[in-house]
Design a protein around this ligand. Structure first.
Ligand code: FES
Length: 177
């Protein structure tokens, strides 16, 4: 092999090596750039998402188990005397509820599926309590808390407002999940 051939081949190899080296350097830079861009985008997206959901998070923290307001006309106040009750559905047609005008003149409302095994709960006027006849469960009419029998959890409380002689349901509080 002549020196010229040797030199020619070596120069070609050296040029190829240089091209490959520059290629590899560029590829490394690309990778670094892409990783950096990805991290920047990911952090940016997280911050944007956090800011966008902040009002929802604050509302959830302040919600305290209260569901969105849903105003519903239950009855005229004059149609429900002291010691009487009436049934309605709230907040949906599938959720039975009871409005009680207690002997003391208070208005109270609850979803009336017993928290034991879902039997309907009735107002027992003589004792001024809510009674579930299925297994003799009793609830305090003023708070919805269980006071005797198998139920362990409160009835969901329906918040009321009386305006212009009409009783409205305006919200619901589920106190235990
Ligand atoms: S379902 Fe009401 S006490 Fe059992």
């Amino acid at each position: 092999m002549s020196d010229q051939n040797k030199t020619g081949r070596n120069q070609k190899d050296t040029t190829d090596d240089m091209i490959n080296l520059v290629d590899n350097l560029n590829r490394d830079n690309d990778l670094k750039y892409n990783r950096r861009s990805f991290l920047k985008s990911a952090v940016g997206a997280s911050v944007a998402l956090g800011v966008a959901t902040l009002p929802i998070s604050i509302k959830a923290m302040m919600n305290d188990g209260e569901e969105d307001d849903l105003r519903y006309e239950i009855a005229k106040l004059s149609d429900i005397k002291k010691g009487e009750s009436l049934n309605f559905n709230y907040p949906t047609e599938e959720e039975p509820a009871i409005l009680v005008h207690t002997k003391d003149g208070e208005l109270k409302a609850y979803n009336n599926k017993c928290t034991h095994l879902q039997c309907p709960v009735f107002y027992e006027k003589e004792e001024d309590v809510l009674l579930c006849p299925c297994h003799k469960g009793f609830f305090d009419v003023n708070s919805g808390h269980p006071i005797a029998g198998p139920p362990q959890r409160e009835l969901p409380l329906i918040e009321l407002e009386v305006k212009g002689g009409i009783v409205y349901a305006i919200g619901r509080k589920i106190r235990h999940g």
